[in-house]
Design a protein around this ligand. Structure first.
Ligand code: HEC
Ligand code: HEC
Ligand code: HEC
Ligand code: HEC
Length: 468
C-alpha cells in the first residue's frame, strides 16, 4: 500500500537539494575499509551490464522463486516499475532536448556527461564489459557495484554476503552506505549537481528522503532469511540516517564551493526555492495587500510573510538557505535530549543570521553544523526507536509546525516523509494510530511547491496531533 502511494506522491514531488561527508567513516560502519574502496562506481571492477544479471534463472524471473534466498524477479521489477531503468531513456525525450537546448550544451543530452553522470552508469570506457550498455540507465551495478569479481562466486550460492562485499559488491543494506550511494545522485557530489541553471532550463526540482525513496521500487523482501543474512534496520533509523547524511552532503557541497556560481548571485539551488518562487495561483488572503487584491497575481503583491523561529532575526524579504534537512536533524537531536535539540536549533538560527553578514561567517556556521551532524550520526542507533520513542518522535515532528518550521515547502515535504517513515516502523510494532487517510490528507496539502499553503499544512498537522 505504502509502495503504491509513494509512486503517486513521488511522481508529483518536484524539489530541493542537499549533501554529505566526503571521506570520514562514522562509528556506525562495521567495516574498516576506507570509504574510497567502497564507492559504488569507483572500485575499479568492470561493470558487466544489466544483461549479465537478467537471466531467467538469475534475477530475471517473472515471479518470485519459492526456494531461493532472494526473489530472483529483481530485474523484472526494475525494468517494469523502477524509474532508474528509464533514466537514460528520458534523456532522449522532448523535455531533455529542451533542457539541453536551453543550456546550450554542445552535444545532445544522452551524449552529455553532465546528464549521463546521474542518468546512467557513466563509468569510464575501460570499465565497461562486453554486455554493458549505457542505455540501461541506472542499472544493477550502479548501486550494487561492478560484478567483475563477485558475479561468479555469488552465482554459486556458496558465498556469504560479507564475501560478496569483499569481492566488490556494494553494501546497500547498510543505511549509511546506502545513503551515500543515493545522495551522490539525489543530492549531488563534488562532480555532479543539479544547479539552478539546470532547473531553470527545465529540470525538475530534486528532493530526497532515504526511507521513502528506498520503499518506492523495492525489489527485495525483508523475510526471516534476509534478517539472518543481513539483519534488519527499522524505517525510522533508515530515515534518520538518510536525513543526517543528506544534510551533511548538502552543507559540504556549499562549504567546499563545489558548485558555486561565478556571477553576482550565489548558486541559487542551495536556497529555499520559495524564497523567490511563491505560489501564484491564488490571491493572498492577507487583509492588507500592498496592491488592490484584483491586480495581478504576482507574489510581490502579497503580504503573506510570517516570522519563523528557526530563521532567527533575518526578517522578511531575505533569501533563506534551504534548511529542510536541518529541521529534521534537529528533531532527531530532540530524541536524544531536549537540550541537544534546542542547541542544534540554535545553530540553525545562527547560520541563518550569519547568512546576512558575510560569506566567511556563513561558512563558519555551516561547518559548525556539519560537525554537529557528524556527532549526531555517531549517536543514533536502533535503541532510540522503540514504540514509545516513536510516538514521542511523531508528536515532536508535528509540534514543530507550531513554530513555523514548515513554512517552506521543502521542509513540509520532509515532514510528511518523516511522519510516514516513523509511522511505518510503528506499524511493524503493531500500532496503527495514524491511518492511510491521515497521511493522504497531509499529502494533499503538499502536492506541489506552486500550490503549497503553509497554513493548510499546519491545520492538517493539528488534526493529526489530535489522534496521537
Ligand atoms: C545531480 C544529478 C542529476 C543531474 C546532473 C541531472 N539529473 Fe535529471 N534527474 C535527476 C533526478 C534525481 C531526477 C528525478 C527527480 C525527482 O523526481 O525526484 C531527475 C529527473 C529528470 C527528468 C524528469 C524525468 C521524469 O521521469 O519525468 C528529466 C527530463 C531530466 N532529469 C533530464 C536531465 C538532463 C537533460 C540533464 C543534463 C542537462 C540532467 N537531467 C542532469 C538527477 C540529475
Ligand atoms: C537504485 C539502486 C539500485 C538498483 C538500480 C538496483 N538495486 Fe538491487 N537493491 C538496492 C537496495 C537499496 C537493496 C536493499 C538493501 C540490500 O538488501 O542490499 C537491494 C536489494 C537487492 C537484492 C536483494 C538482496 C537480498 O539479500 O535479499 C537483490 C538480489 C538485488 N537488489 C538485485 C538487483 C538487480 C538484479 C538489479 C538490476 C536489475 C538491481 N538490484 C538494481 C538498490 C538497487
Ligand atoms: C547514478 C545516479 C543514481 C543513483 C546512484 C540513485 N539514483 Fe535514484 N534516480 C536517479 C535518476 C536520474 C532518477 C530519475 C529517473 C527518471 O525519472 O527517469 C532517479 C529516480 C529515483 C526515484 C523516483 C523519483 C520520482 O520522482 O519518481 C526514486 C524513488 C529513487 N531514484 C530512489 C533511489 C534510491 C533509494 C537510491 C539509492 C539506493 C538511488 N535512487 C540511487 C539517479 C540515481
Ligand atoms: C534568489 C531567488 C531564487 C531562488 C532562491 C530560486 N530561484 Fe528559480 N529563478 C529565479 C530567477 C530570478 C529566475 C529567472 C526568471 C526569468 O528568467 O525570468 C528563476 C527561474 C527558475 C526556473 C525557470 C522558470 C522561469 O520562470 O524562468 C525554474 C524552474 C526555477 N527557477 C526553479 C527553482 C527551484 C527549484 C529553486 C529551489 C531549488 C529555485 N528556483 C530557487 C530566482 C530564484
Amino acid at each position: 500500500m505504502r509502495f503504491l502511494l509513494y509512486i503517486l506522491v513521488i511522481s508529483i514531488l518536484n524539489t530541493s537539494l542537499y549533501i554529505e561527508a566526503l571521506a570520514s567513516d562514522s562509528p556506525l560502519n562495521a567495516s574498516n575499509e576506507p570509504v574510497s574502496a567502497q564507492l559504488n562506481q569507483d572500485q575499479g571492477d568492470i561493470h558487466l551490464g544489466v544483461a549479465s544479471c537478467a537471466g531467467s534463472n538469475c534475477h530475471g524471473a517473472a515471479r518470485p522463486y519459492l526456494n531461493s534466498t532472494v526473489e530472483q524477479n529483481e530485474y523484472s521489477i526494475w525494468s517494469r516499475e523502477d524509474k532508474h531503468s528509464k533514466a537514460y531513456t528520458v534523456l532522449l525525450g522532448s523535455r531533455s532536448k529542451r533542457i539541453a537546448k536551453n543550456l546550450g550544451l554542445s552535444k545532445s543530452a544522452e551524449k552529455s556527461k553532465i546528464c549521463l553522470d546521474c542518468h546512467a552508469d557513466n563509468i569510464p570506457e575501460s570499465l565497461r564489459g562486453k554486455r554493458f550498455d549505457i542505455s540501461d540507465g541506472v542499472g544493477c551495478e550502479s548501486c550494487h557495484g561492478g560484478g567483475e569479481r563477485y558475479l561468479g562466486p555469488h552465482v554459486s550460492g556458496e558465498v556469504t554476503h560479507a564475501q560478496n562485499v569483499s569481492l566488490g559488491m556494494y553494501p546497500t543494506e547498510n543505511p549509511e552506505k546506502r545513503a551515500k550511494l543515493c545522495v551522490d545522485c539525489h543530492v549531488g557530489d563534488e562532480k555532479k549537481f543539479a544547479n539552478h541553471k539546470i532547473m531553470g532550463a527545465g529540470h525538475p526540482r530534486i528532493s530526497f528522503e532515504l526511507d521513502t525513496f528506498t520503499e518506492v521500487y523495492k525489489h527485495y523482501h525483508v523475510d526471516a532469511d534476509y534478517k539472518a543474512r543481513k539483519g534488519v534496520v527499522s524505517h525510522a533509523l533508515v530515515w534518520a540516517t538518510g536525513q543526517i547524511k543528506a544534510s551533511e552532503r548538502f552543507l559540504e557541497l556549499y562549504v567546499n564551493k563545489n558548485h558555486q556560481s561565478n556571477g553576482l548571485m550565489p548558486e541559487l539551488a542551495y536556497f529555499d526555492c520559495q524564497a523567490c518562487h511563491h505560489s501564484t495561483d491564488e490571491q493572498s488572503n492577507a487583509t492588507n495587500d500592498t496592491r488592490p487584491s484584483n491586480e495581478g497575481k504576482s507574489s510581490s503583491s502579497k503580504l503573506v510573510w510570517e516570522s519563523r523561529q528557526l530563521s532567527g532575526n533575518v526578517g522578511p524579504g531575505v533569501v533563506r538557505f534551504n534548511d529542510s534537512g536541518l529541521v529534521m536533524s534537529a528533531i532527531i537531536a530532540d530524541l536524544i535530549s531536549k537540550e541537544k535539540g534546542d542547541a542544534f536549533r540554535q545553530q540553525i538560527i545562527s547560520m541563518h543570521e550569519a547568512s546576512q553578514k558575510d560569506e566567511n561567517n556563513m561558512r563558519l556556521h555551516l561547518n559548525n553544523l556539519i560537525k554537529e551532524l557528524k556527532v549526531l550520526e555517531g549517536n543514533i542507533n536502533e535503541s532510540m526507536f522503540k514504540a514509545s520513542d516513536l510516538k514521542r518522535l511523531l508528536s515532536m515532528i508535528i509540534n514543530r509546525g507550531s513554530f513555523n518550521d514548515y513554512y517552506s515547502y521543502a521542509s513540509a515535504e520532509q515532514a510528511v516523509m518523516a511522519i510516514e517513515a516513523v509511522n511505518a516502523t510503528l506499524q511493524t510494532l503493531g500500532s496503527n494510530v495514524i491511518t492511510t487517510n491521515d497521511i493522504n490528507l497531509l499529502r494533499s496539502t503538499t502536492i506541489s511547491l506552486d500550490t503549497y499553503k503553509p497554513e493548510l499544512f499546519k491545520d492538517a498537522l493539528v488534526s493529526l496531533n489530535a489522534k496521537l
